[in-house]
Ligand binder design. Structure first.
Ligand code: SF4
Ligand code: SF4
Length: 337
């Protein structure tokens, strides 16, 4: 006997595989309604445009919870997301996949759109097409405008979706733009949460989704760049294990030196993210820990017009709590040391 409260989507899928087919279960009178009531679903459409697909690969590497738990099980008790469309992860392709997207898109204001990659806008977005209708390609730009207008919210995933990133780097021949820029150009008011990173950390995505499921969109507090403060609220430089070397004026001259990487172009002093404390690859290491400076991959300036290795000016210095207060607008690293 199926009870309303215990059946997770995962249980349902297991049951379907071992005993009845999903189609035959759905023939049971009232089953579909009871299943719907048992677990609140948030349908998600995930489009990928001007990107390397690295963002979805990074998210697929989520360890706790695992990606299959995020997509099939309950992220928090009683609620889970239901991925209706993602060209990389879904088994369906072609018309079947586009139909799945369209079915969810009919539910205006009831689905979340995840946008990965920058959006080509030159020549009406001709340079990126996803699917076709009546023999004519549908551009990524069209998808973003149509789906974005009707979504309850948009998660811009990865630096390209958040700020344009590498596809929008000069000379930007395809006129790539971020989600927010496209929305501004087209007067679309749907809320956008930016989860930047090249790629974004899986926890940044999972944590943001879980926060929305628990407390709604308003529970996600963001900074001036629309990034969740829970993950992007502190300066890399203030939590870096090499900060003591910076303060003492000991700078690496080559990448294998164990000192502060500032003079080799580390962007930690102008980059806000929790990489030094959260770490990557299931808490194993992070960029500076590997001996390379932070390249500022979560900032709007990335990939930097001059070079990833240009030394950045120090504009905001927060000395460790044991130091006397320092107040300065521009300060050189040696003076700080
Ligand atoms: S400049 Fe880079 S390596 Fe040096 S302390 Fe700051 S974040 Fe760490
Ligand atoms: S340390 Fe810097 S470059 Fe590395 S992932 Fe974090 S923000 Fe990106």
């Amino acid at each position: 006997m199926l009870k309303e409260s215990f059946l997770s989507r995962r249980d349902f899928l297991k049951l379907s595989a071992t005993s009845l087919t999903a189609a035959s279960l759905l023939q049971i009178p009232g089953f579909a309604k009871r299943l719907e009531a048992a677990v609140a679903e948030i349908p998600v459409i995930w489009i990928q445009t001007g990107s390397c697909t690295g963002c979805v690969v990074s998210i697929a590497n989520a360890v706790s919870p695992k990606i299959q738990e995020i997509l099939l099980d309950q992220v928090i008790p009683g609620k889970h997301i239901s991925l209706a469309y993602n060209a990389t992860l879904m088994a369906a392709a072609g018309d079947l996949a586009i139909q799945a997207m369209e079915k969810v898109a009919e539910k205006k204001g009831q689905f979340v759109l995840i946008a990965e990659g920058a959006f080509a806008t030159k020549d009406d977005g001709l340079y990126c097409q996803i699917g076709e209708k009546n023999g004519k390609g549908i551009t990524g730009l069209e998808h973003l405008i149509n789906l974005g207008s009707n979504a309850m919210a948009v998660l811009a995933l990865g630096t390209c979706a958040c700020y344009g990133g590498i596809p929008a780097a000069p000379p930007n021949p395809t006129g790539c733009k971020s989600v927010t820029q496209v929305f501004t150009d087209n007067s679309i008011k749907t809320p956008v949460i930016n989860i930047p990173g090249c790629p974004p950390h899986p926890d940044w995505f999972v944590g943001t989704v879980a926060t929305i499921l628990i407390g709604g969109l308003e529970a996600v507090k963001v900074d001036i760049h629309g990034r969740p403060l829970a993950f992007f609220g502190s300066l890399i430089h203030d939590n870096c294990a090499r900060r003591g070397h910076f303060d003492a004026g000991r700078f690496a001259k080559k990448f294998s030196d164990p000192y502060c990487l500032y003079e080799l172009g580390c962007k930690g002093p102008v980059t806000s993210a929790d990489c030094p404390t959260r770490l990557w690859n299931n808490g194993n290491n992070w960029c500076v820990g590997c001996g390379h400076g932070c390249i500022g991959c979560v900032e709007p300036e990335f990939p930097y017009e001059k070079s990833l290795y240009t030394v950045v000016p120090i504009e905001k210095v927060t000395p460790p709590a044991t130091y006397p207060a320092v107040e300065a607008k521009q300060i050189s690293p040696s003076v700080t040391g």
